[in-house]
Design a protein around this ligand. Structure first.
Ligand code: GDP
Ligand code: IMO
Ligand code: MG
Length: 426
């Protein structure tokens, strides 16, 4: 039976957790395939706000089994904290419901320290990473000196590998970043012991479930413009958060994929450095961002940093649709656009006097891009309680239809608030 892949169509934080929570209600298994605890997926259930970093959003549906795939990088200490936090919040969570791929890679304290050191060394050119050790962990994986999660089964082997990696890092780290190798090894061994029952060959599990006709939801993290191959290099993350990454990050074949759901926010946000052609620094941006008073305001789920905000960039979303082959789009936070007299959408860029219709390959070129805007009428009505497409204000429908045309993908679902029911299906 089918697999559905959920992918961010912008720079992350599009509302993938919220969308995965909705789609998980129709799934048997929900699997994360890329990234690590750089992700922050917010799901609002009843009166409770869950901020998930490593555990898939499907965990909030009792009948769903969750998988942390081989494409992920996992900080065992933070994963234990997240698991304990969920159990404390009353979420049933056992090794029967959560599987950690033995082939996922481990984020060690060395990776976190090296992430910090690298950002510091870059100075003005810092990427603005989440400082979770993501880049160094993937670097070690590709350089064939990483630690696989399966090594946590053998304490001696795991301790040796950790020790060696941290000692190596200490050779290059400045004094203030140097690691207390023995204490950290003990902490990691304790986490490994807690996680051991959760370890398994997750690709074998997923393929078995697919054979049994189970429905698998692949929950993407980050976003297409942060992809190491397709994003605004070097201002990207170090993984493949796009559709190809879902297949290699879970070890399943493309024949199972039935839907590729792109999640796009009704405007643009970005956290961290790098080009963002439609970024605004004015009262409009402030209004899109919110004050931080509401949990859905534009402040990072993982780092608390204010997100950069601006008008919707249809060039970026159309590019994401091309990279991923979206079969449908979910447009989130449409409610936030209520009350603007007019709305703008970037439909192309001018770079060095020339009109371009898709993002250039270098971030230097994209930094020089001036957006070409199309202006549409806004609407004043509060749409948070609307559940019908036809009940939306004309201008809201026109805005959505214009996006559909520009991106050339049907917008099948609209989100008009963070709550489970605040969805409009067309
Ligand atoms: P993710 O990383 O893609 O899962 O997104 P985040 O959770 O980091 O950020 C999205 C934020 O927007 C969260 O606080 C969500 O609760 C919130 N959110 C999602 N959809 C909507 C929506 O339609 N309206 C509003 N107001 N908030 C939303
Ligand atoms: P979710 O899943 C938004 C950004 C960082 C930085 C760049 C590299 O919640 O959408 P990294 O720590 O990965 O090396 O940082 O990528 N970034 C995200 N931005 N949402 C995320 O995840 C992100 N994960 C990484 O801000 O610019
Ligand atoms: Mg997020």
């Amino acid at each position: 039976m089918p697999a559905t892949i959920v992918v961010g169509a912008q720079w992350g934080d599009e509302g993938k957790g919220r969308v995965a929570d909705w789609l998980a209600s129709q799934a048997d298994v929900v699997a994360r395939f890329a990234g690590g605890d750089n992700a922050g997926h917010t799901v609002y259930v009843g009166d409770e706000i869950f901020k998930l970093h490593l555990v898939p959003s499907g965990i909030l549906h009792d009948r769903v089994t969750c998988v942390l795939g081989n494409g992920m990088v996992i900080n065992p200490v933070n994963l234990v904290k997240e698991i304990e936090g969920l159990i404390e919040a009353g979420v049933p969570l056992s090794p029967e419901r959560l599987h950690i791929s033995t082939r996922a890679h481990i984020i060690t304290p060395a990776h976190i320290a090296l992430d910090g050191a690298s950002e510091r060394a870059r100075g003005q050119q810092a990427i603005g990473t989440t400082l979770r050790g993501i880049g160094p962990a993937y670097t070690d994986k590709i350089a064939r000196r990483g630690i696989r999660a399966g090594q946590m089964k053998d304490s001696e082997d795991f301790a040796d590998s950790l020790h060696r990696m941290m000692e190596d890092a200490n050779q290059v780290l400045a004094d203030d970043l140097r690691l207390d190798v023995d204490t950290l090894t003990v902490e990691y061994l304790k986490a490994a012991e807690r996680l051991r029952p959760f370890l398994r060959d997750s690709s074998a599990y997923l393929n078995q479930r697919l054979k049994e006709n189970a429905s698998i939801l692949c929950e993407g993290a980050q976003g297409t413009l942060l992809d190491v191959d397709h994003g605004d290099y070097p201002y990207v993350t170090s993984s493949s958060p796009t559709v190809g990454g879902a297949l290699s990050g879970l070890g399943i074949g493309p024949c199972f994929v039935e839907r590729v759901v792109g999640v796009a926010k009704a405007f643009s946000t970005r956290v961290g450095s790098g080009p963002m052609p439609t970024e605004l620094d004015d009262p409009i941006a402030e209004r899109l961002r919110g004050t931080g008073e509401n949990f859905w305001d534009e402040f990072g789920t993982t780092t608390g940093r204010p997100r950069r905000c601006g008008w919707l960039d249809a060039v970026a979303v159309r590019y994401a649709a091309q990279i991923n082959g979206f079969t449908e789009l979910v447009l989130t936070k449409l409610d936030i656009l209520s009350g603007f007299d007019e709305l703008k959408i970037a439909i192309g860029y001018i770079i060095d006097g020339e009109r371009v219709a898709s993002p250039p390959a270098t971030s230097a070129e994209l930094e020089r891009a001036t957006p070409i805007y199309e202006t549409l009428p806004g609407w004043s009505e509060d749409i948070r309680a609307t559940r019908d497409w036809v009940a939306l204000p004309d201008a809201a429908r026109r805005y959505v239809e214009r996006i559909e045309t520009l991106v050339d993908v049907p917008v099948r679902t609209l989100s008009v608030g963070p709550e489970r029911e605040q969805l409009i299906h067309r």
